[in-house]
Design a binder for this molecule. Structure first.
Ligand code: SF4
Length: 292
C-alpha cells in the first residue's frame, strides 16, 4: 500500500517510499548537523547553548535561504528512527539547554514517533524551530511533545510570499499554525536563570524594502495577542545569498533605518518583550557548518 504524504501544507501526495516530495525528503530522515549552538535568542542559547538538530530539505523555497546547502542542496546523512532517538538523547548528554529541532516540518511524523519514545528521558525542553509553514493537523500530533515553538512569521503579503518563498498562502497557513501553537503551550515562561522553558516565541526576519509588510505583521500580532505577555524576535540577519541575486531588490542588507522603523513600531504597539539583533549579525560566518 502506498502512503501519500500530507504532512505539510504543500499536500504534494508524494509516496515517500519511492520518491522525494516537494520538500526533497523521502522516507528516511536526513540530518545535516547536530551540536551546541550559541546564536539563537538568549533565552534559547544562553549559558549551555542550544542543542540543535538541523534537518535537510524544506517545504518552503525561500530564494534567500541562508541554509540552502541543506534545505535545497539536501546535504546531510540519512538516519533511522532508532538513530534519531539516540541523537536526541546525545543532545541531552552534551549538556544542552534544550533540544532544538531546526526545520522539522517535513519529518514531523518521524519526529513525533521518536519524541514519543524518549521525551520522558530528555529532561530538557523540546524546541520546534520552524519556518511557520505548518499544518494545524500536523502540529496537533506534537501536542505534549513540544514545549517551545519558535516559528517564523515571514510575510503578510501573498505577493511577496509567492515571489520569494513559493507559497502564496503563507500568511494564512502560518497564522493558523501560530494559533495552534499558542493553544498548546501559550505565552513564554522562563526558569530562574532566564531560560525559556515553555511557550511560543514568533520570529520575524526584516527583508530589504519590506518594512511595511513587517509592520503589518506586528499590527496583526498586537491585535490578536496580549502585548504585555507577547515576546517577538525581530531579526536583521538577512544577507543576500542563494538565489537572491536574481531579485535586485534583495541584493543588499537591511539598512539601519529600515530595521529601526520596524523595531520602533513594535515599541509603539506596546510590544516591549522580545529580542532584536545587531546589524553585525548579518554575515555569512553565522551560518553553521553542516558537517554531520
Ligand atoms: S512534507 Fe514533503 S512530501 Fe510531505 S506533503 Fe510536504 S512537501 Fe510533500
Amino acid at each position: 500500500m502506498t502512503t501519500k504524504c500530507t504532512a505539510c501544507p504543500r499536500n504534494c501526495l508524494c509516496d515517500r517510499s519511492t520518491h522525494r516530495g516537494f520538500c526533497g525528503a523521502d522516507n528516511k530522515i536526513r540530518i545535516a548537523r547536530v551540536g551546541l549552538h550559541e546564536w539563537e535568542e538568549p533565552c534559547i542559547s544562553y549559558g549551555k547553548g542550544s542543542g540543535t538538530v538541523f534537518f535537510s530539505g524544506c517545504s518552503l523555497k525561500c530564494v534567500f535561504c541562508q541554509n540552502h546547502e541543506i534545505s535545497s542542496g539536501l546535504r546531510g546523512r540519512d538516519v533511522t528512527e532508532d538513530e534519531l532517538c539516540d541523537i536526541f538523547l546525545s543532545v541531552r548528554d552534551m549538556g544542552a539547554a534544550n533540544l532544538n529541532l531546526v526545520n522539522p516540518t517535513h519529518y514531523s511524523v518521524s519526529i513525533a514517533n521518536a519524541l514519543g519514545r524518549v521525551k520522558d528521558k530528555l529532561g530538557i525542553p523540546v524546541v520546534y524551530n520552524t519556518g511557520g509553514y505548518d499544518k494545524v493537523e500536523t502540529l496537533r500530533s506534537l501536542e505534549g511533545l513540544v514545549d517551545i515553538y519558535l516559528p517564523d512569521i515571514k510575510y503578510y503579503s501573498s505577493e511577496y510570499s509567492a515571489k520569494y518563498s513559493g507559497a502564496s498562502d503563507y500568511f494564512d497557513v502560518a497564522w493558523k499554525a501560530l494559533e495552534e501553537m499558542f493553544r498548546q503551550v501559550g505565552y513564554p515562561e522562563f526558569d530562574g536563570e532566564g531560560h525559556m522553558i515553555k511557550g511560543v516565541l514568533p520570529r520575524h526576519l526584516v527583508l530589504p524594502k519590506l518594512y511595511k509588510d513587517s509592520m503589518t505583521i506586528l499590527d496583526r500580532l498586537s491585535e490578536k495577542y496580549d502585548v504585555s505577555r507577547l515576546y517577538i524576535s525581530i531579526m536583521c540577519q538577512y544577507f543576500p545569498t542563494h538565489r537572491a541575486k536574481e531579485f535586485p531588490e534583495l541584493s543588499r542588507r537591511v539598512t539601519t533605518l529600515e530595521y529601526s522603523k520596524v523595531t520602533d513600531y513594535a515599541q509603539r504597539l506596546g510590544i516591549t518583550h522580545g529580542y532584536t539583533q545587531e546589524r553585525s549579525s548579518a554575515i555569512e560566518e553565522y551560518v553553521p557548518n553542516f558537517d554531520f
